[in-house]
Design a protein around this ligand. Structure first.
Ligand code: DAH
Length: 393
């Protein structure tokens, strides 16, 4: 009776009773089909018993699967367990095969029980799988945590070479006065380096610059002055021409104040009505911006084949202010560049009419300016690439 009562109750509440997981006895019979661990009777009058037995076996499978699931700690074991229970040869699937032995009336009920358990287990799997993933993630986060309080590895910071710093400063000053920056090749023709600058072959002034020739007509430029010609050729008849041309130049010289490779900055202004006072004003302004507000300049007569008249420009000593010291050798003045009014022949070579326009030009040595500015006594230090020296600037 208990069994009948139980089944009747079960029939009306079949699924909810299962989810409550009521415990059922495992029945056994001599001719029963083997299910999991238990054996359920096969004789027809034992239908009811068999149903209860199958159900109890299903619940046992469920309980065992849930227990194993909660004990699992590897995601791979999760899959193995799934195969063991829900797979083709799994224990729950085996229960479905038992359904054939049930009466047509009992079959759908048991089918539903199996399906219910299957979906319960699947949900439990999902949950456990998410849980394991979360645990794995937490473990990774804990073990792979980066300690941001550790000091970093300091990357040494470099800076520009003192010569580059000086070139950029010179450029900035002239850009501020409306000049543009021009460039020319370091491997130059004899024509641009000398001829077009009013220095014909055999001119004695060529001796002033001991040159590195590549062929008779090609050499390493000895000065940035050829950029004057190249710029005028390109720009004429446009006015004004107002450029500086920084770059490397080469001469066969090597001592404490000369290097075979050094840098110059050329300057050229061509326009109608340019006068020597314009040259003086521009260079005074440059000297003050470069060496300090209280600097004065003076122009001394000189000679360059490409300027007429020509002048050497001195700046009042930045160390003693003009009273005379070791740096200025007691004169109070320091020579910084050569300059002059552009020679009419040079204007012509550049494509301009010297009857209509005039111009001034200048050329300064960058190393000399850097040595004066930073108090460097030997030019060769600038090219030794010794960091102990370079780091001071
Ligand atoms: N090119 C000359 C030299 O290297 C420097 C120079 C002097 C450039 C006078 C000029 C200038 O443009 O007008 O010695």
């Amino acid at each position: 009776m208990w069994l009948i009562t139980k089944l009747g109750w079960y029939r009306e509440n079949r699924l909810s009773s299962l989810s409550r997981g009521g415990s059922f006895c495992v029945l056994s019979g001599t001719s029963g089909a083997s299910v999991g661990q238990g054996t359920c009777p096969l004789v027809p009058e034992k239908d009811l018993e068999r149903v209860i037995c199958l159900k109890s076996e299903i619940l046992r499978i469920r309980e065992e699967a849930l227990r194993e699931l909660s004990e699992l700690d590897r995601p791979e074991a999760l899959q193995e367990l799934k195969v063991k229970v829900l797979g083709k040869k799994g224990s729950l699937t085996a229960m479905l095969r038992q359904m054939g032995s049930l009466s047509p009336e009992e079959r759908p009920i048991m089918g539903q029980v199996v399906n219910e358990v299957r979906s319960q287990l699947e949900q439990a799997w999902e949950k456990r799988s998410a849980e394991l993933e979360r645990i794995a993630l937490e473990q990774r986060l804990a073990t792979e945590r980066i300690d941001i309080t550790l000091p970093g590895i300091r990357v040494p910071r470099g800076h520009y070479h003192p010569l580059t710093q000086v070139i950029e400063e010179i450029e900035d000053i002239f850009l501020g006065m409306g000049f543009q920056i021009a460039e020319g090749p370091e491997i130059e023709s004899d024509y641009y380096n000398f001829e077009a600058l009013n220095l014909p072959k055999e001119h004695p002034a060529r001796e002033m610059q001991d040159s590195f020739y590549i062929t008779e007509e090609i050499l390493l430029r000895t000065q940035t002055s050829p950029v004057q010609i190249r710029t005028m050729e390109k720009l004429h008849p446009q006015l004004p021409v107002k450029i500086i041309a920084p770059g490397k130049v080469y001469r066969n010289d090597d001592d404490a104040t000369h290097s075979p490779m050094f840098h110059q900055v050329e300057g050229l202004v061509v326009d109608r009505g340019i006068r020597m006072s314009d040259l003086k004003g521009i260079l005074l302004n440059f000297s003050r911006e470069m060496f300090g507000e209280s600097r004065e300049i003076r122009l001394r007569p000189s000679f360059f084949p490409f300027t007429e008249p020509s002048a050497e420009v001195d700046v009042s000593c930045m160390l003693c202010g003009g009273s005379g010291c070791r740096l200025c050798k007691g004169t109070g003045w320091i020579e910084i560049l050569g300059s002059g009014m552009v020679h009419p022949k040079v204007l012509e070579m550049g494509g301009y009419n010297p009857q209509e326009v005039t111009g001034f030009a200048f050329g300064m040595g960058v190393e000399r300016i850097a040595m004066l500015k930073f108090g460097i006594e030997d030019m060769r230090l600038l090219f030794d690439n010794d960091l102990r020296f370079l780091q001071q600037f």
